[in-house]
Design a protein around this ligand. Sequence first.
Ligand code: ADP
Length: 236
Amino acid sequence: MDREAIMRLDEVKKTYIMGEVSVEALKETTFEIFNRELLVILGPSGSGKSTLLNLVGGMDKPTAGKILFQNKDLAQVSDKELTLFRRQEVGFVFQFYNLIADLTAEENIALAAELVNDPLPVDDVLREVGLDDRREHFPAQLSGGEQQRVSIARAIVKKPQFLLCDEPTGALDYETGKIILGLLAEISREGHSSVIIVTHNTAIAAMADRVVRMRSGEIVELIINAEPLPPERIEW
Ligand code: ADP
């Protein structure tokens, strides 16, 4: 595994103020993300997984601390610059795909490609996710697994530094979920992106380079897998 750190969270905190109550969604955290790693974030509901993912993805700014990326502190940049970071460097994959219903698979991907200067060819990406023969289909004409492939293709066509996946198999059956995880593992090994998967599913941990466990807004454990398992060998 290539161990070059591409992002560093330095004493980062996120607190939400709700009237008189404040929620420490993320307690002071220092953490690095490595180039082209497969990182899995585990933890129960409310433990701060999405908060961490949103900070890495520039969807949110921390209450305190630094988020260092390419000599910049994302905690300090303007909203416009943060939007640019998100557009160019981050691909998102969600549980329920979030595709545009009246665009075909190919058009959904092409639209994302237009956001950046140097996208991958849409044809190559369609082939990579195994959807060459479904390009003309609309989302409603595709299975859940196929829709998730389109959403992965839409994310990776931009060649993002970070591919952020929030419960990407949460709506899929067992076998389809495994295939999607296999695809994400392949992208982290061969692609341009660090892949970060947030999930409840502890079985996924065995295929990751590193696993972070969160509880009550804190990273309580960090596991490094010297030899991650191929997804087809994982059972749950
Ligand atoms: P997870 O992704 O592990 O389920 P979250 O990061 O979504 O956890 O949430 C962590 C904590 O922060 C929870 O207590 C949640 O209620 C709170 N929280 C998250 N987002 C907000 C928000 N926008 N406003 C107020 N509280 C929030």
